[in-house]
Design a protein. Structure first.
Ligand SMILES: Nc1nc2c(ncn2[C@@H]2O[C@H](COP(=O)(O)OP(=O)(O)O)[C@@H](O)[C@H]2O)c(=O)[nH]1
Ligand SMILES: [Mg+2]
Length: 308
């Protein structure tokens, strides 16, 4: 990851600055993306109840009084069943090396399981720079917290173990402070007004994908991918026209995403639009279409085209 540290000298104020990288890792659905949003205080990445929602190593930047932390949100580490799954694991594994701190997120409410042990084994060589974050404590009574912390402590020799609720914000400030403390001296990697390396097109596509997958059942969410085709100026200055395509893997899924008389597709657009308008700072005219990209999860060329 150090190879990407290309923005040296962006802000040469002469002051002694500290900066570094912190990867957020764990099995799927433990709350990694929710934690990233809480740590930087901006709803940067989508979070849903569907496992494997995150498909990229998204960087979210915390600017904190002379300290810059570049957080890397990662796909959940899991037993892959598809080529997409393999690539997601690869992305997450790559995020383990060359970072200053690792945040190992565990779902304290559902208990430690084999998925967590699998991740803990990968983290073992980095335990001394790993902060174990026991998440979802809002769903645990006080009495159940201690056993949860104990179970996580038995997974490895972690530098710290912190109970949090990424959703309510409880304990997040403690995690933020522990991470900020560990940042070495270094130049800022991003200008002060930039909070991510994601393009605007990608962020828009993610908002559409979020709205699509929360409406789908079973395996359909995993079959959905979204690309923004183009952003065009509208008829007036305060309107942007967004053309985007929702890809599915099987012909039968087209109808599922479109819904009866297009009702579902309309709902996806209606609910994604406010967030897209906030991102663009204009009103938005959203034109969505649904296309079949047959078996894309197992097709290297299709995966490349979709950016995975
Ligand atoms: N009760 C509770 N739910 C949470 C918390 N953090 C995340 N979640 C939920 O857990 C699910 C997965 O969260 P997400 O951040 O997408 O997990 P990821 O797959 O690890 O990135 C979502 O439905 C979140 O709303 C928490 O602190 N408490
Ligand atoms: Mg995620």
């Amino acid at each position: 990851m150090t190879a990407d540290r290309g923005a040296d000298g962006v802000l040469d104020t002469g002051a002694r600055l500290r900066s570094g990288f912190c990867s957020i890792v764990g099995r799927p659905n433990v709350g990694k993306s929710t934690l990233l949003n809480a740590l930087i205080g901006v709803p940067l990445v989508i979070t849903t109840p569907v496992p494997q929602t995150t498909r990229h190593a998204v960087r979210g930047v915390l600017h904190d009084d002379g300290v810059q932390v570049v957080f890397v949100d990662t796909p959940g580490l899991h037993k892959a069943r598809t080529l997409l799954g393999d690539r997601l694991n690869e992305v997450a594994r790559d995020a383990l090396s060359d970072v200053d701190v690792l945040a190992f997120v565990v779902d304290g409410a559902s208990g430690v399981g084999r998925g967590d042990e699998f991740v803990a084994d990968l983290l073992a060589p980095h335990a001394d720079r790993t902060i174990a974050v026991v998440n979802k404590i809002d769903r645990l009574g006080t009495a159940a917290q201690l056993p949860a912390l104990d179970a996580v402590s038995r997974l490895g020799d972690w530098a710290e173990i912190v109970p949090v609720s990424a959703q309510s914000g409880d304990g997040v400030e403690i995690v933020r402070r522990l991470i900020v403390e560990r940042m070495p001296e270094g130049p800022p990697y991003f200008p002060p007004d930039q909070i991510t390396d994601q393009t605007i097109e990608h962020r828009i596509a993610e908002r559409i994908r979020e709205q699509a997958i929360i409406r789908m059942r079973e395996d359909v969410p995993h079959s959905v991918a979204v690309l923004v085709d183009e952003l065009l100026p509208g008829t007036s200055d305060d309107v942007t026209v967004v053309h985007a395509t929702i890809f599915v893997e099987r012909d039968s899924q087209k109808g599922i995403v479109i819904g009866r008389r297009g009702a579902l597709l309309r709902d996806i657009g209606t609910d994604a639009r406010p967030e897209i308008e906030r991102l663009l700072g204009t009103r938005v005219y959203l034109e969505l279409r649904v296309k079949l990209l047959k078996d894309w999860q197992g097709d290297p060329r299709a995966l490349n085209r979709l950016g995975y």
